[in-house]
Design a binder for this molecule. Structure first.
Ligand code: TXA
Ligand code: MG
Length: 354
């Protein structure tokens, strides 16, 4: 199958992409978080295609995407007060809400669960496609299972070329990591997956917010089934360091000197990069003598920039065949919680607080 990439689609093209979805075909599209692989969420055969194309375990349920809040009404048994409040505050945006499902939602979408996850993205391209589709669109991240979520159309193409008919290219995703998922079926809001809408932000709207204990303890079965799967780790051995720029810079500088024969990937903030360079120069060495591929995020606004760069960096490290990856993480509070959730998985648990 030829995979056509649509850049800046016009109304006619949106119409035909919407038709493609209604006909049971798959369309990959940008959202503000990551690219999604969309299918008609009411068509079991179309949903099966998602699982087949991604190689995704069928017990891992899908999020239904809608162009506006009212569109969830046929999909859920009831919209609780907590859901209403969070929708009012954060939709459209990177927040997925889990509610008891209606009869209309096929079991294939929810992996047999009685609840359904719904999300209204704020990406204008996603909204235009969802309006054109005129059906709820089931969409996981548009990667092969076990790979990082793609944040650009070219990465979607790399994974799904020849397997799907259409990709909409909307450039780089603004946020870069997947939405926060909350269960709103009761008065107590439970965070099932951390994202850039944080616990504190949720608390400003609803008083009772708690965490799925399996995320906090790292034990037990997660309430979001997808959280139990092994996530993407780059081929090179990755370690994430958290501390001041000076501390992290010195530690990483030392690691670089100790592994001078290896190809090294760096994912660090600009201040820490300066510390690394100073450390190496102080040793009487030059950065240029090492085999380093680096991705640098801005120290100011570090959370946003790290989220924006993270998955692309992981993919680039593999393209450059880096053997050793030295990453600078952030304290796991606020936005840092979501970032460290992803970085800890990418590092296979090797996180060092200095
Ligand atoms: O930002 C996002 O949410 C992106 C974009 C494309 O919207 N989508 C995304 O989908 O990350 P996916 O399939 O990669 O992750 C969905 C997560 C999985 O961990 C899944 O188990 C969980 O949502 N999930 C889906 N339906 C659920 C439900 N009814 N109850 C609990 N967890 C659910
Ligand atoms: Mg995913």
């Amino acid at each position: 199958m030829d995979t056509v990439i649509y850049k800046n689609p016009g109304p006619e093209e949106y119409n035909s992409l919407g038709q493609l979805l209604r006909n049971g075909e798959l369309v990959a599209f940008p959202t503000e978080t990551v690219y999604g692989l969309g299918a008609n969420g009411l068509d079991e055969n179309a949903i099966d295609k998602i699982y087949k194309v991604k190689g995704r375990p069928s017990d891992n349920p899908l999020i239904l995407h809608v162009p506006h809040a009212e569109a969830i009404e046929p999909l859920v048994a009831s919209v609780t007060d907590t859901a209403k409040a969070l929708i009012g505050a954060f939709w459209p945006g990177p927040l997925t809400i889990v509610l008891p499902k209606s009869e209309l939602v096929p079991k294939r979408v929810t992996g047999g669960l009685q609840k359904v996850a719904v999300r209204c993205p704020d990406s204008l391209i996603a909204q235009a496609l969802l309006r054109a589709a005129d059906v709820p669109v089931a969409a996981p991240s548009a990667n092969l299972s076990g790979r990082p979520s793609p944040t650009s159309a070219i990465r979607v193409y790399g994974d799904l070329q020849g397997k799907i008919p259409a990709i909409i290219d909307g450039g780089d995703c603004r946020v870069g990591i997947e939405s926060t998922i909350v269960d709103c079926s009761t008065d107590m809001v439970t965070i099932l997956r951390p994202g850039m809408i944080t616990e504190d932000m949720l608390r400003t709207i609803v008083p009772n917010v708690t965490w799925d204990t399996s995320i906090v303890n790292g034990q037990g079965i997660p309430l979001a089934p997808g959280m139990k799967y092994k996530h993407y780790a780059p081929r090179g051995t990755m370690t994430t360091y958290v501390g001041s720029s000076q501390q992290v810079g010195q530690t990483i500088g030392n690691e670089i000197c100790n592994h001078s024969h290896k190809s090294i990937g760096l994912l660090v903030s600009d201040h820490t990069m300066e510390e690394i360079e100073a450390f190496i120069v102080n040793r009487g060495l030059q950065m240029e003598t090492f085999n380093i591929f680096s991705v640098i995020y801005k120290t100011n606004h570090n959370h946003e920039h790290l989220a924006h760069s993270l998955y692309e960096a992981l993919l680039a490290f593999d393209s450059y065949d880096t053997e050793l990856i030295l990453a600078e993480g952030v304290h796991p509070i606020g936005h840092g919680r979501a970032l460290m959730n992803r970085m800890e998985k990418a590092s296979n648990g090797r996180v060092i607080f200095i």
